[in-house]
Ligand binder design. Structure first.
Ligand code: UN1
Length: 503
């Protein structure tokens, strides 16, 4: 079966009509072969504004539905995802080029967040707070917020939507989603899956709870500027975040920004090197280096450098790069030519800065328009040039260190602050890395790589990563508004702070 036929068969199983695949002028290509697999319709900014108004009307109804009942819709969404895990996972592999276990893993991440959100729908707790006034009670109430705008990136085309949507829906919000222009098909699939969950749920799900807007930057801008969107959760480059953040701030809307990462690992003298090797390999090469959590920098203590770096280089030379759909390769393609060019440019810059490069060359998979590349490991004399920036490709810069305090300072010396990890069996090093004086990232791990976080924790990072938190823990609070309520059940009117105002 050709890729075009397989894509259309998968989408039809998922509930997307064949007509939608040739409905417009946005060409969707698969990075697996580089061929065009669909041409879908894009909406205009005016249509986007109407969709936001519809989603707002849906919010006005949805906010009245009790939260545990809202959780039932997300439970059904999780059921639909379970039932269609294979098809959606395969579609992720076709549209993004992920290997099968990672395509399926992304859908599993969606199922996990649905389960989490269902539990959460009975746990949207507020505090009761002691008041200083007699006969008074003070409490917090969490209310639905409104339309949540979601702008997602190509690399996790569906999981990141689900982190936001599952929380938003149990929190009583509606969702307007602008997927990456590179991955509209998986978004259309999610729209159809969600529609089935809504149908099973019944009449109390208002029309317009989820709007999917396939379109360009003008559609993203419509979402960012619309006064009826109190929160935009945006995943993408730091450049995108710099454009979006101030616009949201300008109208006092909330931003959950999940931007670039320049994630590092530190290998200490006591590290279990076999374990570190495997963790680094997955963290740096997995998903062809196209996770925001991908390990991009590695600091290795001089006493173990010669024991681990040659082994890593060997792994880079031998790892299987190739067509992810055939099921044997560990590294699939880059998303497009621009990603390949960006990688080559970074490698040239690294060489100019004294780096010694292993790998990084194009791998011929028999498709002129598909960009497969051998991952690159670059030994650098110091942390300079391209090491300071995120290049969204499989490049791992390796540097030698001798002093623990100095390596922590170097670790934190880049703009981004998403994920980090240390490999050590020394409890003092581990704890110092996790302490206030240690890693400055939103995610800090011990004896685990930088990527592959579970949904139960809050996901996001500091500094140029944008500061937002999605997914687990108490990330839900960004999707609700908090009211502090004080109730006077006495017959007097004592004022706080001892103020008297007798008229
Ligand atoms: C992303 O790359 O935008 O921690 C998200 C991870 C995944 C999510 C990555 N759970 O690598």
């Amino acid at each position: 079966m050709t890729l075009v036929n397989e894509t259309s068969a998968l989408l039809s199983k998922l509930g997307v009509s064949a007509a939608a695949l040739s409905a417009g002028d946005l060409a969707v290509s698969s990075p697996v072969t580089g061929e065009t697999i669909a041409t879908v319709a894009q909406v205009s900014a005016a249509t986007a504004a109407n969709a936001i108004d519809e989603a707002h009307a849906a919010f006005l109804e949805w906010r009245k539905v009790p939260a545990p009942r809202r959780g039932e819709l997300v439970r059904l969404l999780g059921e639909e995802l379970r039932a269609h895990k294979d098809e959606l996972g395969r579609l992720v592999s076709i549209e993004v080029g992920k290997i099968p276990s990672e395509g399926l893993g992304e859908v599993q991440e969606m199922i996990d967040i649905c389960d989490f959100a269902v539990g959460l729908s009975r746990q949207l707790y507020g505090l009761t707070i002691a008041t200083e006034r007699p006969g008074h009670r003070m409490m917090e109430t969490w209310h639905p917020l409104g339309v949540v705008g979601v702008i997602s990136a190509f690399n996790f085309p569906v999981a990141v939507w689900s982190w936001n949507a599952a929380l938003a829906l149990v929190c009583g919000d509606s969702v307007v989603w602008k997927p990456s222009e590179k991955t509209p098909l998986t978004a259309l699939a999610c729209e159809a899956i969600f529609a089935r969950a809504v149908k099973r749920f019944g009449d109390d799900a208002p029309h317009g709870l989820l709007k999917v807007l396939v379109g360009g930057a003008d559609v993203g801008e419509a979402l960012v500027d619309h006064p009826r969107v109190p929160l935009v959760s945006a995943t993408g480059s730091t450049r995108m975040g710099r454009a979006v953040g101030p616009r949201l701030a300008g109208r006092f809307a909330r931003a959950v920004l999940e931007l670039g990462g320049n994630n590092a690992g530190i290998v200490c003298p006591s590290a279990d090197l076999d374990m570190a090797l495997r963790a680094i390999a997955f963290g740096a090469m997995g998903t062809a280096g196209q996770r925001c959590t991908t390990m991009r920098r590695l600091f290795v203590h001089e006493s173990v450098y010669d024991q681990i770096v040659p082994r890593l280089k060997k792994a880079y030379e031998s790892v299987t790069v190739g067509n992810p759909l055939e099921g044997k390769a560990l590294i699939g393609p880059l998303i497009d030519k621009a990603a390949f060019d960006g990688m080559q440019k970074a490698l040239e810059e690294a060489k100019a800065a004294g780096g010694s490069v292993t790998g990084g060359v194009r791998v011929d998979a028999g498709h002129a328009e598909a960009f497969y590349v051998r991952p690159a490991i670059v030994e650098m004399p110091s942390q300079t040039g391209p090491v300071m920036e995120e290049t969204f490709a499989p490049i791992l810069y390796v540097m030698k260190y001798s002093d623990f305090d100095a390596v922590i300072a170097e670790h934190n010396a880049v703009g981004a602050g998403l994920s980090s990890s240390i490999f050590t069996r020394d409890i003092q090093e581990a704890e110092r890395f996790l302490s206030a004086e240690g890693s400055d990232c939103g995610i800090a791990n011990v004896n685990i790589g930088t990527s592959g976080a579970e949904i139960g924790g809050a996901f996001g990072g500091e500094k140029e990563t944008g500061g937002g938190r999605e997914s687990g823990s108490d990330a839900w609070k960004a999707y609700m508004r908090r009211a502090t309520n004080t109730v006077n059940y006495s017959k007097a009117l004592p004022l706080a702070q001892g103020v008297s105002f007798d008229i």
